[in-house]
Write a protein that binds this ligand. Structure first.
Ligand code: RTP
Length: 155
């Protein structure tokens, strides 16, 4: 009965070009999958620099903004939407702190990368950002609603 509530929460997760190039796609997807979250959208795309700037528009005044946009548009990105109870906040927990040096072992960044500008993954930082980022990266029809067999064992 709580599955309906769980379905309400969705977050945008992206494996950045460094994560793709380093062969970490399955490792990262596997962590979200094993936790019990449901993949509802996925695609591999090379964003333009303009699109990267739109994605990071809240950081446009930061000194690293230009380099960040160059980097995000430098190669394929795995764009995804994950769904589940608490997925926005707990997804950030799975990811770890922005700087891999501050990320705990056991987190994606803590286990798999070293430097803040090459921190392999992005995750929406709140409900409003999640809605905006999902809308920026995906058309509504690209989101797939389905029942996953393990849901009755999770919720
Ligand atoms: P994200 O959205 O990617 O999960 O990262 P975040 O919220 O934890 O961090 P935010 O401050 O929004 O920064 C976004 C991304 O910018 C890059 N960054 N580079 N060179 C630098 O000092 C620096 N600081 C941040 C990181 O890739 C970070 O994920």
């Amino acid at each position: 009965p709580t599955v309906e509530a769980a379905e309400l929460e969705r977050t945008f997760i992206a494996i950045k070009p460094d994560g793709v190039q380093r062969g970490l796609i399955s490792e990262i997807i596997g962590r979200f999958e094993r936790k019990g979250y449901k993949l509802v959208a996925i695609k591999l795309i090379v964003p333009t620099k303009e699109f990267a700037a739109q994605h990071y528009d809240d950081l446009s005044s930061r000194p690293f903004f230009n380099g960040l946009c160059d980097f995000l548009s430098s190669g394929p990105v795995v764009a995804m939407v994950w769904e589940g109870q608490g997925v926005i906040k707990y997804g950030r927990k799975l990811i770890g702190a922005t700087s891999p040096q501050a990320s705990e072992p056991g987190t994606i960044r803590g286990d798999l990368c070293v430097q803040v500008s090459r921190n392999i993954i992005h995750g929406s930082d709140g409900p409003e950002t999640a809605v905006n980022e999902i809308g920026l990266w995906f058309k509504p029809e690209e989101l797939v609603s389905y029942t996953k067999n393990d849901e009755k064992w999770l919720y």
